[in-house]
Design a protein around this ligand. Structure first.
Ligand code: TMP
Length: 203
């Protein structure tokens, strides 16, 4: 049995990535999963990670994200890929580089070394970055309760967005950047066109 394909969606909050990740997973009968928090251990880690009332050093935040990822890879992503089923994940290691690295200022080389430890050889076949500007993100974002990341200042989100664009340039062919400011239907059409050439297990 051949290994499934591993697709990741990335983007700043309110980019629409979760909507498209779920849609694509359903379309191709792939497993939809997300970070942080899609394992029993991850549920607890996510609660602490998003809780704005518990201050945390950026390094602590990074290590908790990586703990979630390590467990997610070991118990969900890797076994599913090995079983021959495709996996679509809403966020993966690039979120740590963008948010904790570019956003919080944690050393990128340290984060990359820790990422190797957390994920081993389990790398995405393709990362889809849905890029939107901050004004569009702010208009879309709910104005009520804000978690640790939503309550961070505008500069933080600007650094995260720029970080993602830098990463896309660095990773080149393994990344596909989509303009997320267009309508949901237009964004879906661009994504689906790019994904049609992948070797899905269930086309
Ligand atoms: P979500 O809104 O996509 O569920 O993600 C929750 C928050 O966690 C989001 O604001 C981005 C943040 N995050 C990081 O800061 N680093 C990471 O490695 C991951 C996976 C998420």
């Amino acid at each position: 049995m051949s290994r499934g394909i591993f697709l990741v969606f990335e983007g700043i909050d309110a980019s629409g990535k979760s909507t498209h990740a779920r849609r694509v997973a359903q379309l191709h009968d792939a497993l939809f999963t997300f970070e942080p928090g899609d394992t029993p251990l991850g549920v607890d880690l996510r609660r602490w990670l998003l809780d704005a009332s518990t201050p945390m050093k950026p390094e602590t935040e990074s290590l908790m994200m990586l703990a979630d990822r390590s467990h997610h890879v070991a118990t969900v992503i890797e076994p599913t890929l090995r079983s021959g089923r495709d996996v679509v994940s809403d966020r993966f290691f690039a979120s740590s580089l963008a948010y904790q690295g570019y956003g919080r200022g944690v050393d990128l080389a340290d984060l990359e070394a820790a990422t190797d430890l957390a994920i081993g050889t389990c790398l995405p076949d393709l990362t889809v970055l849905i890029d939107i500007d901050l004004d569009t993100a702010n208009e879309r974002r709910a104005r009520d309760e804000k978690d640790r990341f939503e309550s961070a200042d505008l500069d933080f989100h600007a650094r995260v967005r720029q970080g993602y664009l830098d990463l896309a340039r660095r990773y080149g062919d393994n990344w596909f950047v989509v303009d997320g400011s267009k309508s949901e239907e237009e964004v879906a059409a661009v994504i689906d066109e790019r994904l049609s050439s992948l070797a899905w297990s269930n086309a």
